[in-house]
Design a protein around this ligand. Structure first.
Ligand SMILES: [Fe+2]
Length: 281
């Protein structure tokens, strides 16, 4: 199974740029084209929040149209830039979002269970997992004990070292999240966005991964007093492959690079590898 994770699209109203600089609508379109070029085609695409820059209906209409170009199922969660009700309205016809309350859901996708958690505290940048959301997680995990599971939330539950982003981290619920996930070894990944960089930490006995943004990236500046800035570094996304009950993750770039170019290796280069594989060493 192949799962593509894109994050932090920050789609604006037509003609607007995010922060006056970032052409997020164009970036989002490029990301969709990159996913459409994938071979094999992903079994599903997950979007880990910040679909919209301001939470306007027009922004979600653009997001919905772009994501609707993909032939596989697409599952979204809210980020701190999103607004719960406009997002729900735009995606309710897809049938997986609850009709009211936090945008939590648990859904089967092939051999995989996807559990989405709503960490949005509207009008702020911080993340919050309420008791209602954490109770939902606990029940969903208990109901899918034997299935490889991805848990998704926008705000990473750990400190990244980028000070101005850590200020708007998951401030409530991280400790209980850790204890719930620790008790459920079927969780293969905790998938986040928010920080606009590729970042990992072992969390609750599993791997927590922050996806880069498909638009602008947060500046990699680890000084405590680092200003809040972003860069137009190459946008990226994550590809998670589930095979044999385990997940391996690749970081991919949205933009096409020159190549591929053949290594033109002699046959002897790989023949010894084949012998190693067949002898089990
Ligand atoms: Fe974002």
């Amino acid at each position: 199974m192949l799962i593509a994770q894109i994050s932090d699209l920050h789609i604006c109203q037509k003609g607007d740029l995010a922060y006056g600089v970032s052409e997020t609508n164009l970036f989002a379109e490029r990301a969709i084209h990159a996913l459409m070029r994938l071979n094999p085609v992903p079994d599903c695409v997950v979007v880990t929040g910040d679909l919209a820059e301001n939470g306007y209906d027009e922004e979600y209409a653009i997001a919905s149209e772009l994501l609707g170009r993909l032939s596989c199922p697409v599952y979204v969660i809210p980020g701190n830039h999103d607004r719960r009700e406009p997002l729900r309205r735009a995606f309710e016809s897809r049938g997986y979002l609850p009709p009211m309350g936090p945008l939590n859901y648990s859904i089967s996708c092939g051999e995989l269970q996807l559990i989405a958690l709503d960490s949005l505290e509207e009008g702020t940048g911080i993340g919050v997992l309420t008791d209602e959301t954490l109770d939902f997680l606990s029940s969903a995990l208990s109901e899918a004990k034997d299935r490889a599971t991805l848990v998704m939330l926008h705000h990473p539950p750990f400190v990244t070292g980028i000070g101005h982003m850590d200020v708007v981290r998951l401030v409530d619920g991280a400790q209980r999240l850790e204890s719930i996930i620790s008790a459920h070894p079927q969780v293969q990944r905790v998938l986040c966005g928010h920080v606009h960089r590729s970042i990992q930490q072992i969390f609750a006995g599993t791997l927590c991964q922050v996806a880069p943004s498909v638009a602008h990236q947060v500046t990699l500046d680890l000084r405590p007093e680092a200003p809040s800035c972003f860069m137009l570094e190459p946008p990226g996304y994550l590809l998670h492959i589930l095979q044999g009950g385990k997940i391996v993750t690749h970081t991919a770039q949205v933009d096409r690079a020159a190549g591929p170019f053949s290594f033109n290796l002699p046959e002897t280069y790989t023949s010894r590898a084949v012998v190693h594989r067949s002898s089990g060493s």
